[in-house]
Design a protein around this ligand. Structure first.
Ligand SMILES: NC(=O)c1ccc[n+]([C@@H]2O[C@H](COP(=O)([O-])OP(=O)(O)OC[C@H]3O[C@@H](n4cnc5c(N)ncnc54)[C@H](OP(=O)(O)O)[C@@H]3O)[C@@H](O)[C@H]2O)c1
Length: 262
């Protein structure tokens, strides 16, 4: 299983990253530093998470060169008419010269206007890659019709309990990498008997089984943890393979389970 995926514009993106939603700004630098020390080189933040500053502090204080760390941030829906300014402000908070990936956070009204600005920023070389989040097939079809650039990534909720098979096939066909958020169902399904049984079978933890399942389906995966032991645990997912029969069992757990109210 690959630790990097090549996006449709040739940029290499680590397939495992740390999500930092709901980590307080005051704790973020410490948590991200733990992750970087544990071997993570990809962090997923957003303007709306309120912790870009902490992410940037950890990146800057790390011994790892900036170009070896992949940073994603996102454009919030109230900034769709000010996307250029919003990006500049995100970079100011990060204290970094560029983001590796900038995403439209949600397909709220006027997202097309925002996408045009992201295209411009990308064409000016100010972002390594641009993409979207929470886009379904219908919205991607609209985007692909009017856009000069195919989004590099679509970040969506994805787990064995929310297995979005058609969207996965569609994105694969169009060359859009799919990225799994809430891959651990925010810990709500870690005690499911099938997950527990497979954890025992593969001598892994329930969280590792769920992360690996998404990776084995070819996704980029961004589990969140602010616990140093669980950060390490969630990264030890590249040393085993789930056999086809067990992948099918995990696939069959789908119940369109969403963690959020959306
Ligand atoms: N684009 C979007 O709209 C969107 C929406 C939601 C999330 N996201 C991104 O995706 C990331 C991950 O999603 P998420 O935060 O919703 O949920 P998640 O990664 O599925 O689950 C996080 C929860 O699981 C716990 N956890 C982590 N590792 C564990 C382990 N090994 N064993 C047991 N419990 C564990 C965490 O607690 P501890 O921290 O205490 O370990 C936390 O409560 C976010 O941080 C964010 O970056 C994006």
């Amino acid at each position: 299983m690959n630790k990097f995926i090549t996006l449709n514009n040739g940029i290499k993106m680590p397939t495992l990253g740390l999500g930092v939603w709901q980590i307080k700004q005051s704790e973020t630098a410490r948590v991200v530093s733990w992750a970087l020390e544990s071997g993570y080189c990809h962090i997923d933040t957003a303007r709306i998470y309120g912790n870009e500053k902490g992410v940037g502090e950890a990146v800057k204080s790390s011994d790892i060169p900036r170009e070896q760390i992949f940073i994603t941030t996102k454009l919030w829906v109230t900034d769709f008419f000010n996307a250029e300014l919003a990006y500049r402000k995100s970079l100011d908070r990060l204290g970094l010269g560029y983001a590796d990936l900038y995403l439209i956070h949600w397909p709220f009204p006027f997202w097309k206007h925002a996408w045009k600005t992201l295209e411009k920023l990308y064409q000016q070389g100010r972002i390594k890659a641009i993409g979207v989040s929470n886009f379904g097939i219908r919205q991607l079809e609209v985007l692909l019709k009017f856009s000069a650039i195919t989004p590099a990534v679509n970040q969506i909720e994805f787990s064995p309990f929310y297995y979005r098979k058609e969207l996965l096939a569609y994105c694969k066909e169009k060359g859009i990498a799919l990225e799994a958020y809430s891959p651990l169902t925010r810990a709500k399904k870690l005690n499911h008997p099938v997950i527990k049984e497979l954890a025992q079978k593969y001598a892994k933890t329930a969280a590792q089984i769920m992360i690996h399942w998404s990776l084995q389906h070819g996704l980029i995966v961004i589990p969140k943890s602010q616990n140093p032991n669980r950060i390490v645990e969630n990264s030890e997912v590249f040393d085993f393979t789930i056999d086809d029969g067990d992948m099918a069992r995990l696939d069959s757990l789908n119940e369109n389970f969403r963690t959020g109210f959306w």
